[in-house]
Design a protein around this ligand. Structure first.
Ligand SMILES: [Cu+2]
Length: 201
């Protein structure tokens, strides 16, 4: 009989805790859950490709809008330093890595006891990248290179920044000076034989 009473009590608590269907307003913020951008590998002194985001939830797990989240870093920087959770309870920031290998970013709000912590890994970008052609594919297909560094491709590549190469020509080299993402393709296989260069600081 005692066992049966305990089960009834647990079921009651569970029904109360599942009050996350949006029909009831959320209670005060209770916790921050990481919802994007953790554990990225990127390059020193560059913004991470994926923004960091957290979801503020109340004690029943329902998202809480309007919570001011403060972001803290040990290396590099975040922009903005504070952001407010939206209608879905989500706040974001962009983290730029410093020059340390392991970097952490914390997210918290006033009254939160345990901040959410993101861990990101930084490394130095390649200072030279070469691409070869094998079986009608560029290898490697996608590359990352530091700006101001020479980038060399095999014959047939057609970088969008300098469309002067054909398949019979000599290897093509260029120096990217502007940070960004560049794609190129083979003039004979323009849809299947493609490559990209991501240029970082
Ligand atoms: Cu080709």
């Amino acid at each position: 009989m005692a066992t049966k009473r305990v089960i009834t009590l647990v079921a009651g608590v569970s029904a109360w805790a599942c009050n996350g269907d949006g029909t009831q307003p959320a209670g005060p913020p209770f916790d921050l859950l990481k919802s994007g951008g953790d554990a990225q590998n990127w390059y020193f002194n560059n913004p991470l490709p994926t923004p960091l985001s957290v979801t503020a939830v109340d004690v029943s797990g329902q998202p809480v809008p309007g919570v001011v989240v403060t972001w803290g870093v040990t290396f590099g920087g975040v922009s903005p330093v504070q952001s407010t959770t939206n209608a879905n309870g989500v706040a974001t920031t962009t983290d730029s890595l410093g020059s340390s290998t392991v970097q952490t970013v914390s997210a918290s709000f006033t009254g939160l006891s345990n901040a959410a912590t993101f861990t990101e890994i930084g490394s130095a970008p390649s200072t030279a990248v070469g691409v070869s052609v094998s079986n009608n594919l560029f290898a490697p297909r996608d590359t990352v290179v530091q700006s101001g560094v020479t980038y060399l491709t095999a014959p047939g590549a057609l970088p969008t920044s300098s469309p002067t190469q054909d398949a019979s020509g000599p290897p093509f080299s260029t120096t990217f000076t502007t940070v960004g993402h560049y794609t190129y393709h083979c003039t004979q296989h323009p849809t299947l034989m493609t490559g990209s260069v991501t240029v970082v600081h």
